[in-house]
Design a protein around this ligand. Structure first.
Ligand SMILES: *[C@@H]1O[C@H](CO)[C@@H](O)[C@H](O)[C@H]1NC(C)=O
Ligand SMILES: *[C@@H]1O[C@H](CO)[C@@H](O)[C@H](O)[C@H]1NC(C)=O
Ligand SMILES: *[C@@H]1O[C@H](CO)[C@@H](O)[C@H](O)[C@H]1NC(C)=O
Ligand SMILES: *[C@@H]1O[C@H](CO)[C@@H](O)[C@H](O)[C@H]1NC(C)=O
Length: 500
């Protein structure tokens, strides 16, 4: 064998040793993401029974729609993955075999509202016969988070070829710090096929994000069917790029108005100020408001019939913009909707907004502070830190972005509902959306879930655990990118997933 051959064998040996030691090292630590509010654990191991079962005695929740049962089956699926399980749990001392999980949910309702109680307790004893893990939660959505955490303390053991549960006895008491933990996807700039959106929703549950903000339409395309105005989706890219219409994720559908409206007029040209001036929606046309009702300022000045209407009503461009927003707010409120406005409305005429308005920050930092001082609620998405389409925004910045910066008054702090990372769609489609979202969205997810005092002051302290979570996502079929490099960077060199 030549020198090169020996060198190759040596290198492979080195990689092998690194992989094995990385695995062994990580298993000793508590690798839960996002880190729960409180955790106590021991150093025992249990085997997961081959017939691991769900027990729900004593629960007030009837699970008529099967949410809990499905979530249980999904979590067992991700734990087993594609592993070859050869260990026969009925041959192991039953006091070390986890027979199942006993879930008690106190509320009978499965209504998923913003602010629903998401707390849970998870307890796994170190031995017993029969031996069960226990989850207690006020609502089924807390129980779903409990199952996610449970799935993260189960590991496949390659020497015994069985699933082990580490760090028992384990007791976790957990609840989110913020009630709104969002991810925005944008299906206007690029169509995302439904299976991709479903996968994104599944991956969100792994990181305990709870709002999918679906920016459905924009200037470029209108892929949504609105039954009361069936021609709107003529603005889709093509007939096959349209959407027809459960996992503890609220879907918040956004239809951006009055700007970004070019796609609206493909089916209803009268919505545009004129054929060559297509944004914003025509403020002088009653049909515009009828249409907004039905589904839930340059051009204005340069188009004669709009200019005439503005003059007749004594409005300049910015006043007309205010008129549009306030009238749309009234329509939404009259239908019992909550209103969320991007921050421009607050910046331009904040004092005129309904006090029920939630202001969605995006332009920069420091906005949340002004919004809550004005007594309005806020969602934080400052683009410099939390825009996933900014590939130069790194995971460390996602982790460190604190929604309550400079907000010290507890009453004002309570007005910050949470935050949202935004996956704008200009440069993502089905081919690269997952690696652009993950793992950076996970870094923000911990910021939004974990109590402030438990968060790392220096993100480098959580690097190993995040790296472990990103490998877990890969194992679950989510194309999360390596931590280092710009967003969605390819792996830098050969090596273990845990070290990239
Ligand atoms: C596991 O062991 C039990 C008891 O020895 C045996 O009855 C059962 O068939 C085994 N199951 C499998 C899948 O090998
Ligand atoms: C895997 O299982 C073997 C045999 O049961 C045990 O000796 C070893 O400690 C386990 N490894 C880990 C990392 O738990
Ligand atoms: C529009 O009118 C308001 C009220 O008269 C005025 O304060 C504002 O500066 C005007 N805006 C523009 C762009 O002219
Ligand atoms: C918070 O306040 C400090 C001191 O006034 C200021 O320097 C900093 O820019 C503020 N941060 C944000 C995000 O507004």
């Amino acid at each position: 064998m030549g020198r090169e051959g020996l060198k190759t064998i040596f290198l492979w040996y080195l990689v092998y040793v690194l992989v094995i030691s990385a695995n062994a090292a990580y298993i000793k630590h508590l690798n839960i993401w996002p880190m729960p509010m409180s955790v106590s654990y021991g150093y025992g191991n249990l085997y997961l029974s081959n017939d691991f079962e769900l027990k729900t005695e004593g629960t007030k929740f009837s699970d008529a729609s099967g949410i809990l049962k499905d979530a249980f089956l999904r979590s067992i699926d991700v734990v087993r993955g594609t592993h070859v399980i050869e260990a026969n749990s009925s041959k192991i001392d039953p006091s070390y075999v986890l027979k199942g999980i006993h879930i008690v949910v106190f509320s009978p309702s499965d209504e998923l509202q913003h602010g629903v109680d998401e707390s849970y307790k998870l307890h796994i004893p170190s031995q017993g016969n029969p031996l069960y893990a226990h989850i207690e939660a006020k609502t089924v959505y807390g129980a779903l988070h409990g199952l996610q955490t449970f799935s993260q303390v189960c590991y496949y053991n390659i020497s015994s070829r069985g699933i082990l549960v580490h760090q028992v006895p384990l007791t976790i008491v957990d609840q989110p710090r913020f009630s709104y933990r969002g991810l925005l996807i944008d299906t206007s700039r690029h169509y995302q096929p439904l299976p991709v959106i479903k996968k994104v929703i599944d991956s969100m549950t792994y990181a305990k994000l709870n709002v999918l903000h679906w920016h459905i339409v924009d200037s470029q395309s209108f892929p949504l069917e609105i039954p009361s105005y069936p021609k709107l989706w003529d603005g889709a890219y093509s007939i096959s790029e349209r959407y027809a219409k459960r996992r503890g994720i609220n879907v918040l559908a956004e239809i951006d108005v009055p700007g970004h409206a070019e796609s609206w007029g493909v089916g209803y040209p009268s919505l545009w100020p004129s054929a060559d001036c297509k944004e914003p929606l025509d403020v002088s046309n009653e049909f515009t408001f009828k249409l907004i009702d039905g589904i839930l300022s340059g051009c204005w000045q340069s188009t004669p019939h709009v200019r005439k209407w503005l003059r007749r009503n004594g409005l300049n461009g910015s006043e007309a913009y205010q008129y549009f927003v306030l009238r749309a707010q009234k329509i939404a409120l009259s239908h019992g909707y909550e209103i969320i406005n991007w921050e421009e409305t607050f910046n331009n005429f904040g004092s005129k907004l309904s006090p029920k308005t939630v202001v969605h920050n995006w332009l920069g930092s420091g906005v949340a502070q002004r919004v809550v001082e004005a007594g309005l609620r806020c969602i934080v998405s400052n683009q410099d830190k939390w825009y996933l389409d900014h590939l130069d925004a790194l995971w460390q910045g996602f982790y460190s972005n604190e929604p309550l910066t400079n907000i010290t008054n507890p009453k004002q702090q309570a007005l910050v509902l949470g935050g949202e990372v935004c996956m704008w769609g200009e440069h993502v489609d089905a081919s690269d959306i997952e690696q652009t979202i993950w793992p950076r969205a996970a870094a923000a997810a911990e910021r939004l879930w974990t109590p402030y005092d438990n968060l790392a002051k220096d993100p480098e302290q959580v690097r190993d655990r995040l790296s472990y979570f990103r490998c877990l996502l890969n194992q679950r079929g989510v194309a999360a990118a390596p931590l280092d490099g710009f967003g969605r960077a390819a792996p830098y060199e050969p090596g273990s997933c845990y070290l990239q």
